[in-house]
Design a protein around this ligand. Structure first.
Ligand code: NAG
Length: 198
């Protein structure tokens, strides 16, 4: 988020109560900011983990009639065959990588960093590390990103990383949002992968 054309403010951070030994970086969805997610992580935080919720730069979004809003990259359409501007997605991924590199420079081991996001925030990623665990969550009443796209993504992810490390959870009646049960599942996932070190 530093340099070039990024107009986004600094990420909202939920600091660790003790010495930081692990980091979670979480990207919000289209038109949102990191604030709500920071609050959500504050609700499930563990004392040795720092949670970083960056804010997307503001840009015109083709899908929304070029309306200007926080967005990680331009979205042309939502169907699986929609044109995607790969360079723009790559650029977003590069900006996120800067954040990860900063934490590594701060002394956090790269295997102690979890990175992901909600909806569009789940998009920017450059080259998947094969030795990772993935938790993907989806509301089964999501009217914006149909559950089927989630299933397709999970099948794709299982070809990229060890399938036993890919977990797909669906939430009955949930729309394009998150819920308490989901946040508890997220907490369990994070705390299992990033236990305290002494
Ligand atoms: C993947 O799953 C296996 C079996 O549960 C586990 O031993 C391994 O640590 C997992 N890998 C990662 C990166 O979480």
């Amino acid at each position: 988020m530093c340099g070039n054309n990024m107009s986004a403010p600094l990420p909202t951070i939920v600091p660790a109560a003790q010495k930081v030994s692990a980091v979670v970086i979480f990207l919000h969805g289209l038109g949102d900011t990191g604030h709500g997610w920071a609050e959500a992580f504050a609700g499930i935080k563990s004392s040795h983990i720092k949670y970083i919720c960056p804010h997307a730069p503001v840009m015109p979004v083709t899908l929304n009639m070029k309306t200007t809003m926080p967005s990680w990259f331009d979205i042309i359409g939502l169907s699986p065959d929609s044109q995607e501007n790969e360079n723009v997605i790559k650029e977003a991924a590069e900006n996120i990588k800067v954040l990860i590199d900063q934490e590594v420079k701060n002394g956090i081991l790269s295997n102690r960093i979890i990175f992901r996001g909600f909806s569009q925030g789940g998009g920017p990623i450059n080259g998947v590390n094969k030795d990772i665990s993935i938790l993907q969550c989806h509301g089964d009443c999501d009217p914006l990103v149909p559950l089927m796209f989630g299933s397709l993504t999970v099948e794709k992810l299982k070809t990229l990383v060890n399938p036993v490390n890919v977990t797909f959870k669906t939430y009955e009646g949930m729309m394009h949002s998150s819920c308490k049960q989901e946040m508890m599942d997220v907490k369990q996932f994070i705390d299992k992968l990033l236990p305290p070190v002494d």
